[in-house]
Design a protein around this ligand. Structure first.
Ligand SMILES: NC(=O)c1ccc[n+]([C@@H]2O[C@H](COP(=O)([O-])OP(=O)(O)OC[C@H]3O[C@@H](n4cnc5c(N)ncnc54)[C@H](O)[C@@H]3O)[C@@H](O)[C@H]2O)c1
Ligand SMILES: O=c1ccn([C@@H]2O[C@H](COP(=O)(O)OP(=O)(O)O[C@H]3O[C@H](CO)[C@@H](O)[C@H](O)[C@H]3O)[C@@H](O)[C@H]2O)c(=O)[nH]1
Length: 431
């Protein structure tokens, strides 16, 4: 089976490589020439554990090729659309320009019987609209949302925890079953449904995850004024299997290319549908999330006696989460930029995210060396919990810095150990 994957970003490049790894013939297509040049050289254009290996094997085998020419999609029978759906500038709605352009560019190259499969996260109603463009060619459309997590994208693609097919006919189900044969044979649950449900499953999942994080961060706000400890609270409620401990990590909050823009786009779409009140709570989820960034900045001002001006602050992390170089809507980078804006001498470090962060915020100082970042710092702020940051020894670190003050923006450290080493420790939602 030959497939095309249109859009080779964090989602598409992994999907294309993983499908080739599973034995399909794949052509990856993107309008970004430099990205395609790197992929053709088997060089991932971003950091994703496991991707270099499968990209190298698949390109060497000849099963995976890349192109900037959409005409090269011709001859494939399944066409995955994996282009971006960012937040529309000046609005909370999703920007569908890229999806529309990709589908329109594909139309002349479709053969009757082909299946176009939407993977991008879109507002409910999009698939219905695109099907009206695709069906006159004799091809059909399915919506097959993607649930991969950055940092675990290869595993999540090869061993998904569920498959969702939004379809209008049995042919689409048969084709998708062939694509996902390996996962299905391994017992992956598959939900066959209509377009609207498939589109909504995706945004509902992300809305639920965002809500869970903001819930625990709301508890952190209460813990902060009562002397309670939110990490113990999370452990205690997390033991209830109905609640579960995952995604109850209180801290500086969620970011990335998905959760923040997806809850905003969902709200905007619900408002268009006259159902804004049904998801009005998502605005609160967003506000709680953004307040956590303010909290870290306030703690920094407090830690430095009322002003950060001209003080050296070591910011540990710029990526939105560990094991990723993605800085889209990163809470870590936002905090670094705000502290810099308040006059601090910010030095930020990250194992993988510096290049992307510098492209967006060249005004910040970055240092790839953790020791150099920490050297003579008046304050250390942990905002992305990379293992190398979590593993810092408070005694040894105390010898490098100028002032033993730490803000643990991900509740990653043992406060007792840091305090015993002479540090002023401040966590989020911890006394
Ligand atoms: N990143 C994730 O973890 C993830 C997971 C699940 C779903 N999603 C969804 O997948 C979609 C893609 O996200 P991403 O993170 O990969 O974005 P991205 O920005 O990394 O990649 C999008 C790619 O699409 C390309 N593109 C834009 N217009 C094009 C066109 N007309 N033809 C061909 N290529 C085009 C861009 O050049 C870019 O390389 C979004 O809807 C996102 O919400 C992302
Ligand atoms: O307890 C937690 C868990 C996560 N986060 C933060 O939440 C954000 C998102 O984390 P995660 O969901 O692991 O990363 P993504 O790669 O953005 O994945 C989400 O977004 C993808 C794109 O839609 C979906 O496919 C995934 O299923 C969904 O988990 C990050 O900033 C994390 O630091 C917390 O603050 N506390």
């Amino acid at each position: 089976m030959r497939i095309s994957v249109i859009g080779c970003g964090y989602l598409g490049a992994v999907h294309a490589s993983a499908m080739a790894e599973l034995g399909l013939d794949v052509i990856g297509i993107d309008v970004d020439e430099s990205k395609i040049a790197r992929l053709q050289a088997a060089e991932p254009p971003f950091f994703e554990p496991g991707l270099p290996e499968i990209l190298a094997t698949a390109t060497a085998s000849g099963r995976l090729t890349f192109s900037t020419d959409i005409a090269d999609a011709k001859g494939a029978t399944v066409h995955f659309v994996a282009v971006g759906t960012p937040q529309k500038p000046g609005s909370h709605a999703a920007d569908l320009r890229f999806v529309d352009a990709a589908v329109e560019a594909l139309l002349p190259h479709l053969n009757p019987g082909d299946l176009v499969v939407g993977k991008s996260t879109v507002p409910v109603g999009t698939a219905e609209r695109l099907a009206a463009l695709v069906e006159p060619t004799g091809a059909s459309l399915a919506w097959n949302p993607e649930f991969l997590r950055e940092g675990f994208a290869v595993k999540d693609t090869i061993e998904p925890d569920r498959l969702v097919y939004g379809v209008r006919d049995d042919h689409a189900v048969e084709v998708l079953d062939q694509v996902y044969r390996v996962a299905l044979e391994a017992g992956t649950p598959r939900i066959v449904t209509d377009y609207a449900t498939a589109e909504l499953v995706k945004v509902a999942a992300n809305a639920f995850l965002a809500t869970k994080i903001s819930f625990i961060n709301a508890m952190a706000e209460i813990a902060e004024v009562t002397g309670a400890d939110v990490t113990q609270l999370a452990d205690a409620i997390g033991h209830d299997a109905r609640i579960g401990r995952r995604f109850l990590g209180a801290g500086v909050g969620f970011g990335g290319g998905c959760l923040p823009k997806d809850i905003r786009a969902f709200t905007a779409r619900a408002e268009e549908l006259g159902k804004g009140e049904s998801v009005a709570f998502l605005k609160e989820v967003d506000s709680i999330n953004l307040r956590r960034r303010d909290r870290v900045v306030d703690l920094a001002i407090d830690a430095l006696g009322g002003s950060v001006n001209d003080r050296k602050i070591a910011v540990l992390g710029v990526a939105f989460k560990p094991h990723s170089d993605d800085v889209r809507d990163s809470p870590a980078l936002d905090v670094a930029v705000r502290l810099k804006g308040l006059g601090a001498r910010v030095v930020a470090t990250d194992p993988e995210g510096i290049e992307n962060a510098r492209a967006r915020h060249p005004q910040l100082d970055y240092n790839a060396s953790l020791d150099e970042t920490l050297r003579d710092a008046d304050l250390v702020v942990l905002v992305t919990e990379w293992p190398e940051f979590r593993g810092l020894d408070p005694v040894a670190t105390g010898e490098i810095v100028a002032g033993k003050r730490v803000i643990d923006g991900r509740n990653s450290y043992d406060p007792a150990a840091w305090r015993a080493a002479g540090w002023e420790y401040r966590g989020l939602g911890r006394a």
